[in-house]
Design a protein around this ligand. Sequence first.
Ligand code: NAP
Length: 300
Amino acid sequence: MVAQPEKTASAQLIDGKLIAQQVRDEVAGLVAKRLAAGKSKPTLAAVLVGDRVDSQTYVRAKGKACEELGMGSISHHLPAETTQGELEALIKKLNADKDVNGILVQLPLPSHLDEERVLQLISIEKDVDGFSPINIGRLAQKGREPLFVPCTPYGCIYLLEKAGVKIEGANAVVLGRSNIVGMPAALLLIGKNATVTVCHSKTRDIAGVVRQADILIAAIGKMEYVRGDWVKPGAAVIDVGINSKPDPSKKSGYRLVGDVNFDEVKDVAGFITPVPGGVGPMTIAMLMKNTYRAAEIQQP
Ligand code: NAP
């Protein structure tokens, strides 16, 4: 017989939309102060290669956020057939451009391009996505600080801290080990003194591992995968997943859901992020924070 999840009062909802707006307001205030002091406008250059509709939407949203916060935004949209050499030449040009503080290469790149070589080329002081091997290496080393923390995992930890969840000493489980979410999220949690287990597609008995978690970060891209009876009562659940679920009642024919079965888990967890309106808005907010920081590092 499958064990029934223990019922608690409904989880406290962690409102990522609200918290992201607070971060954006704070950054807008800092930018205004910086400009009033006669310093340069923090400016983000986004590089998009190809015609993926989702990537175009993300790049547009990032540019719009920059403008709303009083920052500069430059967009380079290159054709899908751009060569490695052409892309690398653009990165070098942006590295040398004093008016550009942050460089963001929208991932994934078309498959003929070498992502690792491109990310490696971004000047560490402009790596606002935090994906360069130097930033990730520093994140993984005790007593070292990355210049920039990758935006989505940064947002996850920020939400936990804002909600008052104690990370130190907690058993944390991260579902997924991608370079952009799972792995840096695990490193951040270790840095904050959690005891961390990382699960991936070869993990045995994921439900059993998740049941030990005081903190769960789910980032696997599998619709409503985490069930209510997997979750320890009172646990804090951060759902990074963004999946389209068919829904005939919607004009678009679908709605967004996470990697966590929200309806089941909300009755067991102590804290939970919704999808949409949880981690999603935090990613851009943290990118804005990183871009402001880049300008401060380059022109204090
Ligand atoms: P990804 O690169 O596809 O990585 C998925 C990870 O999940 C891999 O490590 C994979 O294991 C693991 N995995 C896949 N199926 C699994 C299973 N059945 N059981 C256990 N582990 C499994 O994905 P990602 O880029 O990290 O994104 C994850 C999700 O987060 C997606 O839904 C994505 O849309 C969303 N996302 C949201 C934001 C945001 O701003 N909110 C930002 C980025 C991503 P292996 O390593 O063994 O293959």
